[in-house]
Design a binder for this molecule. Structure first.
Ligand code: L34
Length: 293
């Protein structure tokens, strides 16, 4: 079987156009411009490129973005002080602190310091808890992006066997929780696999939908997936490649070349889930600005 390749850039562009119209309507009706504070500590190349892409996307849809790039030596206290100021700032409806943070700063402390009503990443325990019990909450951007991508591609989750590979707080754990919620974006039967899973292939071969979020190239090979399954690749791994202009190329967690001949639907890397992560951040920021009114 030859898979249909899911175009995450195209789906993102459609949603971003919808958001642009929403932002214009909100501004016309209330004068409110949604505002996102973007915080980056240090200069990790991948984080820098994601943050730059997020700010550019804000501009495209008419969201005000407040750029806060801090040196790697920034102390935890300084970062907490910045967050306290952003929590009080009326122009700011969302606060994004790009992870990972330098080792001398506690990510848990920083996340806890963000006002849950401005936590557009959905990482604060209040939002995580609300999400788990099925209350309205900011949903974390990458898992939310995966669900919207599946929905817009017509993939039915109701009763589907979904195997999530990876158990991070950013992707695996929230995604599994979202998939078991009642409703059209849930109702799936979910298995979560991780580094201590005994026989990974035994699980993935059962799946109607395999979602790879392990952060390791080659985690999912063709023999591990049944013919006609849906394959979603959340991995974004930089592997050095001297023939590439930037000196590296991006690969996901799945063997794309082999699986595109076996799956029914598959996401590429780049151009799959990555752009959706950014789009869902914009979505949450607009939702926050609307909620504030
Ligand atoms: N706080 N930290 C916080 N929130 C997040 O939602 C993230 N994440 C992850 C890392 N840290 C975070 C992101 O923003 C991963 N992530 C992310 C965002 C965008 C892209 C990838 C990961 C992306 O745009 N990927 C492009 C390729 C980009 C490139 O060329 O380097 C793609 O097409 O996959």
């Amino acid at each position: 079987m030859t898979a249909r390749i899911i175009d995450g850039k195209q789906v993102s562009a459609t949603i971003r156009a919808e958001l642009q119209a929403e932002v214009a309507a909100l501004k016309a009706a209330t004068g409110v411009v949604p505002g996102l504070a973007v915080v980056l500590v240090g200069n990790d190349p991948a984080s820098t490129s994601y943050v730059t892409a997020k700010e550019k996307a804000c501009q495209e849809v008419g969201i005000f973005s407040d750029d806060n790039r801090l040196p790697a030596e920034t102390s935890e206290a300084e970062l907490l002080a910045l967050i306290a100021r952003l929590n009080q700032d009326e122009r700011i409806h969302g606060i994004l602190v790009q992870l990972p943070l330098p080792k001398h700063i506690s990510e848990a402390k920083v996340i806890m310091a963000i006002d849950p009503d401005k936590d557009v990443d959905g990482f604060h325990p209040v939002n995580v808890g609300r999400m788990v019990i099925g209350e309205e909450a900011f949903l974390p951007c990458t898992p939310h992006g995966v669900l919207v991508l599946l929905e817009r591609c017509g993939v039915v989750l109701d009763g589907a066997e979904v195997v999530v590979v990876g158990r991070s707080n950013i992707v695996g754990k929230p995604l599994a929780n979202m998939l078991i919620q009642k409703g059209s974006r849930g109702n799936a039967t979910v298995t979560v696999c991780h580094t201590r899973t005994r026989n990974l292939a035994e699980h993935t071969r059962r799946a109607d939908i395999v979602i790879a979020a392990a952060g390791r190239p080659g985690t999912i090979t063709a023999d591990m997936v049944r013919e006609g399954a849906v394959v979603i690749d959340v991995g974004v791994n930089r592997v050095s490649d001297s023939s590439a202009a930037r000196g590296y190329r991006l690969v996901g967690d799945v063997d794309f070349a082999a699986l595109k001949e076996k799956a029914s639907l598959i996401t590429p890397v780049p151009g799959g889930v990555g752009p959706m992560t950014i789009t869902m951040l914009l979505h949450n920021t607009v939702a926050s600005a609307k909620r504030r009114r």
